[in-house]
Ligand binder design. Sequence first.
Ligand code: SF4
Ligand code: SF4
Length: 144
Amino acid sequence: MELSDRFVENHEICALCGGLCCKTYPGMYLSPERFERIYGKVASDNFLSLLERHGLTFKVCLGIPIPIPRFTERGCVFLDDAGCRLSFSERPCECLLFVPVEETVIEGEIHCYFPKEVSYVECFRKWKRFYSLRGIDCAELLTY
Ligand code: SF4
Ligand code: SF4
């Protein structure tokens, strides 16, 4: 099953919640192929500038840099009073995989969950293979 087959959206619950997850932790772009479909072809000489230009940075997971929206003390840079400024098709996979549940709104703490069938480790490995194919040195990226 593709990651995108598991994407969910529940405007009603998330609007009432106001983006507790987005204020706590922005979602990662877990699929390099989807990342390229959104932001264009990645190469060793454009990756960092591409992240910068689109308000992104990376988070290091198992030693692998994974693209993620920039985060400030107010939360994800794409969150505003009306919700996420990115269109559904531009949002990080992790945001779209997170399953909204009503208890989060009722209790004011996150009960929404990430589907256990999706393997983070496999996603991170895909990024590692992708960097290798694109001639991008992960160790060098980590020095920025
Ligand atoms: S914490 Fe849950 S209910 Fe709130 S915005 Fe995120 S996914 Fe939606
Ligand atoms: S990209 Fe959008 S949905 Fe994802 S954390 Fe940021 S504001 Fe929330």
